[in-house]
Design a protein around this ligand. Structure first.
Ligand code: GLN
Ligand code: ZN
Length: 757
């Protein structure tokens, strides 16, 4: 049996690629240095994969910024406005990635979207009516040459497949994606000819096949590959899928089209096994079996994997053992995690350790008696012993939860009346989303505290002084509902994770989120429990500084889960309920300490919405929404619960969002052109809403007139008593210089509109 991976992290153990790229952006180093760093990383990673025993090594999975953007260049699909800048290839590439402002012109970046249900963002290709597809394979061919020189193992060229590319592309003119299919197929066919004799395999990544497909999609898929595959010559061609199963296209991909290999995800693909069992692959096709999870950091359970492998081998003529998706979604190596003891570390596998797992599994699959091999016995032991002491108190509390705990009383319409009487806020109340600018000073103080240069008392004193200033500023601006500013938080998940029992934090567990941006998701290790207050002292202090109402500010359970590496020994639902219990206790504690409005952010709720609509409820919303309700259902009817989401594409889950039973929701709206407001109206949305009236992602200061205009558009659709006025997200990434005038304009606009009512 052979082994491979779908792709490898490229950022480097010490984020070398990030720093080299950022230094290039700042003009501190030249293109040569950046390209040299990139080359070094590629070579090191290929050699690492070879030394770890991989038989088939991917080439083309590397990228300076994003693979979809690389594909745009490969196919010569650069939009006119970037071509017009007349920059060199690298300049054009980064202009599309991040925008360009300089002598050659002023152009914004292409837009960015989440890559399926991950936290990786790809650049959205644009297809313009007049575009010609032209192949530019030099870069890819030179990487292939590099790899040929660097390793002896067989090579596989990995490309974003044409179907997925067209599904993700945005058409700017009158043409549809399918109108580009013939030209695209032609370019891919030319590429196959160029690769003859240079690689063993070529892989088309087609994750779009795990989403719901229409008959038109299937015919697009068919027409693309029927045109491309005749050019394959001596190359073997793999159709690689991941993030789910390919139930709609299995017959086409696995049985009809002349691929030499089919890659299926047996981790996220619930029906992958069933598909292959019912209709095994034809004898001449190789099954690439994604069995080592590319999206989580836990050790693979060899016993289960070997069982599946055995069954798959009996159904197929050849099986190649693989990762379930690219390893891009996990950190590179455990080697830097000096703070985790051996007892903890042995349970984790980052990308490098996954290579070792693949190699061990390959050996074990060939062994007559795997049980006699130490690697197998050690692995089995990981799953039989008790990893941590279960928290029986948490289990008991959750066992006592009853149906009533998921429902707030009285009904929301009643609560809204009571709350209006309680708070006596003006119509169109103004507020913010929570954080205020994290200035250089705030960040320096946190770093000083972390490194012992400030003691606890000094640090807390500094925080109190920021809070007081922030309250004074908000009073002066004239906002109605104030916030404490979140100066104590580095990150909305990490801050709470650090205070809760059950979380672990890696030192170097970076995962690429987009371009040079990396995140370090915390790890849910054990039972989550609230063993101390999380935010009470800061909210209480802030409230003591003003007669106005200060909102308490928490991160919701679903967002906590979605931005962490979750446990695999209990369900996501059970983990979420543990988080929900902890946050519920905090909500009640805040209320007991006189906090009358509490915001529970669910910034990432939509992120893990299943890729197939039939799974939306049963696999996700049916527990995610109740978990939120459980957090907030214990408060008095006059305590107002807010939530916040960093997007407004909830048109198709609008009922579910309303079912969270919050009293108020604020969300991003400026970029989506307020179309969500129509959807809210159509759905008879009950929750009061604060569609963001300006975009905080830009340093631009919105004028009073602009905000008035936005408010008028909102009020044309929604009743005034349901509308709040706020920016569209937290202000932590902004500077004070734009924040203060923007908020003054916001308040002035709200007052102006109120007077007109
Ligand atoms: N309350 C958080 C803040 O204001 C919300 C952040 C977010 O939506 N991502 O920063
Ligand atoms: Zn937000």
């Amino acid at each position: 049996m052979k082994s491979t991976v779908i792709g490898f992290p490229r950022i480097g153990l010490h984020r070398e690629l990030k720093f080299a790229t950022e230094s290039f952006f700042k003009g501190e180093s030249g293109a040569e240095q950046l390209l040299e760093q990139a080359r070094k990383l590629r070579i090191a990673h290929w050699q690492l994969q070879e030394q770890s025993g991989l038989d088939l090594i991917p080439v083309g999975d590397f990228s300076l910024y994003d693979n979809v953007l690389d594909t745009v260049l490969l196919l010569g699909l650069v939009p006119e406005r970037y071509k017009a800048l007349n920059l060199n290839d690298l300049g054009t590439y980064f202009a599309m990635a991040r925008g360009y402002q300089g002598q050659a012109g002023d152009v914004k970046a292409l837009s960015m979207k989440k890559w399926f249900d991950t936290n990786y963002h790809y650049i959205v290709p644009e297809l313009e009516d007049g575009m010609q597809v032209t192949l530019h394979a030099d870069n890819l061919l030179s990487q292939l040459e590099e790899a040929t020189g660097a390793v002896k193992a067989a090579l596989r060229v990995d490309l974003i497949g044409p179907f997925t590319f067209l599904k993700l592309a945005h058409c700017t003119g009158t043409k549809k994606a399918a109108d580009f299919s013939a030209a695209l197929a032609d370019a891919y066919a030319q590429l196959l000819s160029k690769l003859q004799g240079k690689a063993a395999w070529i892989s088309f990544d087609e994750p779009a096949l795990v989403t719901d497909l229409t008959p038109a999609d299937l015919s697009l898929l068919h027409s693309l590959y029927i045109a491309i595959l005749p050019a394959k010559g001596n190359l073997k061609v793999l159709c690689q899928t991941y993030f789910g199963d390919i139930r709609d296209s299995y017959a086409e991909v696995a049985l009809k089209l002349p691929f030499d290999g089919v890659g299926l995800d047996f981790v996220a693909g619930r029906r992958s096994f069933e598909l292959i069992e019912r209709d095994p692959l034809p004898k001449d096709k190789v099954l690439f079996a994604g069995l080592v999870n590319g999206r989580n950091i836990w050790r693979n359970r060899y016993e289960n994997t070997l069982n599946t492998l055995r069954r798959l081998s009996s159904l197929s003529s050849e099986v190649v053992l693989s990762s379930s998706c690219s390893l891009l979604h996990v950190p590179l190596s455990l080697s830097e995690e000096s703070k985790f003891g051996a007892e903890i570390k042995k349970h984790f596998a980052f990308a490098c350790e996954k290579l070792t797992e693949l190699n061990e599994l390959k050996t074990l699959a060939a062994a007559a008696d795997p049980g006699a091999v130490a690697a197998f016995r050690d692995n089995t032991a990981l799953f039989t012993g008790e990893r941590f002491t279960p928290n029986t108190q948490v289990a008991q509390k959750l066992a006592q939860v009853s149906a009533a705990d998921f429902h707030r009383t009285p009904a929301r319409v009643e609560r809204q009346k009571l709350q209006k009487a309680e708070f006596k806020l003006p119509p169109l109340p103004t507020t913010t989303i929570g954080s205020f600018p994290q200035t250089a000073l705030v960040r320096k103080e946190r770093a000083d505290f972390k490194h012992g240069r400030l003691n606890q008392e000094q640090y807390e004193q500094a925080l109190r002084s920021h809070i007081t200033d922030c309250i004074r500023l908000q009073e002066d601006i004239g906002l109605d509902v104030l916030v404490h500013g979140e100066f104590e938080r580095n990150d909305m998940v990490e801050y709470f994770g650090e205070k809760l029992d059950g979380y672990l934090f890696s030192q170097n567990g970076w995962v690429q989120s987009y371009g040079t941006r990396c995140v370090k998701p915390p790890l849910i290790w054990g039972d989550i429990a609230r063993v101390r207050p999380l935010s009470v002292e800061w909210s209480v202090f802030a409230q003591s500084q003003t007669k106005k109402i200060v909102k308490g500010m928490l991160t919701g359970p679903v967002t906590m889960l979605n931005w962490s590496f979750p446990r695999e020994d209990i369900s996501l639902k059970d983990s979420t309920m543990q988080l929900a219990l902890a946050i519920r206790e905090e909500v009640l504690d805040l209320e007991a300490h006189g906090i009358r409005i509490i915001q529970i952010d669910e910034a990432a709720l939509r992120e893990k919405l299943p890729l197939r609509q039939e799974d939306w409820h049963s696999e996700y919303l049916d527990w995610a929404i109740p978990a939120f309700r459980f957090v907030s259902s214990g408060v008095k009817s006059t305590t107002q619960i807010h939530t916040h989401m960093c997007y407004s594409e909830f048109n198709n889950i609008i009922k579910d969002i309303d079912d969270m039973d919050a009293d108020v929701i604020t969300f991003e709206a400026s970029r989506s052109d307020l179309t969500v407001v129509d959807a809210l109206k159509a759905a008879h949305f009950e929750t009061e809403v604060g569609p963001g009236v300006y975009d905080i992602h830009s340093p631009r200061i919105p004028s009073v007139e602009e905000i008035v205009a936005v408010l008028k558009r909102i009020l044309a659709k929604l009743p005034m008593e349901k509308v709040w006025v706020n920016p569209d997200c937290g202000l932590k990434t902004r500077g004070n210089q734009e924040t203060e005038p923007s908020l003054r304009h916001l308040v002035a606009a709200a007052r102006q509109v109120r007077e007109g009512l």
